[in-house]
Write a protein that binds this ligand. Structure first.
Ligand code: FES
Ligand SMILES: [Fe+2]
Length: 387
């Protein structure tokens, strides 16, 4: 799991003036709205003596710890320590990490890391002609679904960009190997700063759902065009064009709960059957497909992707997965990968926090920053020191 990316913390609608506890990247956070309705995200561990802030309540712009009533504002600063009496000086060290949030597509994203704004990897963007500031544009309809399942997000990401699984996992997209001339050659990858992707054409049966099939105007098997790719460690775009005019664009944001549990938020844009009364039909279809993937993913061994590809057997169609792992290595080299084994080992003795940007300017934090795997610079320095 990686710091320094944006993660979906929750649906905009579930973040209210009641504090909400959310585990992300193996650590706990509290989410709430301040008096101006802004979504706020703080490390959930009270720095006094470890209370769970999410168990308390929101008072004005602050969340109040349920244990001794200390109050923390949306920037993480302690504003009130009741036991000190009226108008005390609050020590500067009395603060928790606070994380920037951004509300888009009906979701609240939190930036979990310490990079300053100008250096942060962006959120996977839905093009403005599909989804504007006020919702889907004319001619498009959007749905949001979310799931929480027991698999490693990397396994799920690799599944999302795997061109060869459709034939077997999704009877709606392939022929379960019954086509004698089926093959899936290495796709031609197109790399961007934050991920790889590709387009491919494949033979697919007509859409299974009757009304969607009618809307697509295609009753026969046909070659369809589809593109997919990852963006950062945890987001995927998938464009499916069952006919040149009919487009389904999916944006999947995965939030690792920990190394073996993942929450998935699927924003589905479509340019047909755009009446909201068809939302359920589309969501039902997406859920069937997502469950087909889940059933395979929860059984994969080992649960987490192995450290070396030599412990799996890659063929041409697996090149997007190999490339995804190269991107992860790059981000690990930057020192962004959490040392989850150590976090787990220490769990009962140490409450860690994801370092926020404020740690770059202010010293003296009560909680230790989460341990990170050594980046490339550290590895190089270590090698040089040993030489
Ligand atoms: S533990 Fe939070 S106020 Fe004491
Ligand atoms: Fe799939």
């Amino acid at each position: 799991m990686f710091i320094n990316f944006w993660y979906v913390a929750g649906l905009a609608s579930e973040i209210t003036d009641q504090p909400l506890k959310r585990r992300m990247l193996g650590l706990d956070f509290v989410l709430f709205r301040d008096s101006e309705g802004r979504a706020r995200c703080l490390s959930n561990t009270c720095i006094h003596r470890g209370g769970s802030l999410a168990g308390g309540k929101v008072r004005g712009d602050c969340v109040q710890c349920p244990y001794h009533g200390w109050e923390f504002d949306g920037d993480g600063n302690c504003r009130r320590i009741p036991s000190l009496g009226p108008n005390p000086t609050i020590p500067a060290r009395a603060r928790v990490d606070a994380y920037p949030t951004e509300e888009r597509y009906g979701l609240v994203f939190a930036f979990l890391g310490d990079l300053p704004a100008a250096e942060r990897p962006p959120i996977l963007e839905i093009p403005d002609h599909e989804y504007g500031p006020d919702g889907p544009r004319d001619g498009w309809a959007a749905t949001i679904q979310h799931f929480e399942w027991a698999f490693d997000y990397k396994r799920s990401m690799e599944n999302g960009i795997d061109p060869a699984h459709n034939e077997y996992v999704h009877p709606t997209h392939g022929f379960s190997g019954e086509q004698d001339d089926y093959q899936m050659p290495s796709p031609t990858l197109e790399d961007t700063d934050w991920g790889t992707g590709f387009w491919s054409e494949r033979l697919a049966p007509p859409l299974a759902e009757k009304k969607m099939r009618e809307a697509s105007g295609r009753e026969e098997d046909a070659v369809i065009r589809a593109g997919t790719g990852h963006f950062g460690p945890c987001s995927i775009w998938t464009y499916i064009h069952p006919t040149p005019d009919i487009q389904i664009h999916q944006y999947l944001f995965e939030t690792p709960v920990d190394e073996s549990n993942t929450r998935l938020y699927l924003v589905n844009l479509r340019n047909f059957l755009t009446d909201t009364k068809d939302d359920e039909r589309v969501m039902g279809r997406n859920e069937v497909v997502a469950l087909q993937d889940r059933d395979v993913l929860v059984e994969i061994q080992p649960v987490q992707t192995p450290d070396s590809n030599n412990h799996e057997f890659f063929v041409g169609a697996d090149t997007p997965i190999a490339r995804y792992r190269e991107y992860l290595k790059d981000w690990e080299g930057r020192g962004w990968r959490i040392d989850s084994a150590r976090v787990e080992r220490d769990r009962k003795r140490v409450a860690y926090a994801i370092p926020s940007q404020a740690r770059r300017e202010q010293k003296g934090w009560v909680l230790d920053a989460v341990p990170l795997r050594p980046g490339a610079a550290a590895t190089q320095a270590g090698k040089a020191a040993r030489a």
